[in-house]
Design a protein. Sequence first.
Length: 415
Amino acid sequence: MDLTQRPVANHDVGTDVRTGRRAPGWALVAGVVLAAVNLRTAVTSVGPLLDQLESGVGLTSTLAGVLTTLPVISFATLGSLTPRLAHRVGEQRLLAGALVLMTAGLALRALVSTPVPFLALSVVALVGGAMGNVLLPVLVKRHFAHRVGPMTAAYTTALAVGTTLAAAVTVPIATRGGRVDWRVGLGVWALLAGIAALCWLVLPSGRGGLAEDAAPRVRVRLRGSRTAWALTLFFGSQSLQAYVAFGWFALFFSERAGVSAARAGLLVAVLAAMSIPSSIVIPSLAARLRSQRPLVAVLVGCYVIAYTGMLVAPRAGAFVWVVLVGIGAGAFPLALTLVGLRSRTPATTSALSAFAQSIGDLLAGGGPPLVGVLHGADGSWTGPFALLFGALAVMAVSGWLVAEPRDVEDDLPVT
């Protein structure tokens, strides 16, 4: 199969780029959006309830650290297996199955009372997010090949809304009569995951519906692709910024700006909320541009200004700095958009999505622990911000390279 061959142009919403079969457009859009809303709820619903989990499940500080590291490990390992599994069972069936497992994991972990089953079921709950991360860009490429920007905007916005919602309302939902019930707070997200799973289970396949991936298996090797490695480094370096921001910026503002814990938490919430408008605007804008280098320059510039401001005037400009960091975090939807824009076929999109996200997450996962080591050494924030600026340099260079209008297939041998 010639990987450099572009799919036949077809502008119908929900039409498979390979078979020409038409899927039910709005049902497919709804399925993609519902799946995206659930990609991070298993992760961001846990943080607000860690104190209750330590007493309710018996999590030690060490096990709590393991729990917060599980998403990175799961996203990297399960994400790398997703293309192979999708070839065996089809993308639609795999996503449906992953969401079913996610629903079961979310529901069952709210019923256990000991740490080992809780951690094991947390891994099950993360399956939907790990595989959905890889599958959604592929489904968008396959069924909305000429609407990659708007569809990526739709699902990354839904992802941002779900992420923010789980972090913001888990405790209020769990609070009754002044008491926080962690089982309710975590278990309620199984309902939302169940709706998404049901949608993908009933979405028609085959004739008149979604065409499953029945093409001969194509082995796409990306290790020699400069574009694939640039996207991987861009994804990993921008993810590191986000992991550190969500894990450490509340403490930074408490220590350096002298604000209360509640105020510091609010600042981080503002940062998270900024991902919603970024997800709406950036993918569609990126898809209209031949080169995305101006976007990369703006996003990196926002980070540079924000980090400099946080070091120089952490209290006076705190709100401005977190808004700028939130804008810079628009690099995440940009990276996901580039997965579709830098690949010509769904097979390459699948390989590129898994390659960039699994390796990128592994690289990014070391960021928060390293910040802990650097900050704990002398209580200073100089080391952590040196790390952030270093990662930002990687993000700038790799982003500049991958923003060049060059497809991954241009780096691969023609077969």
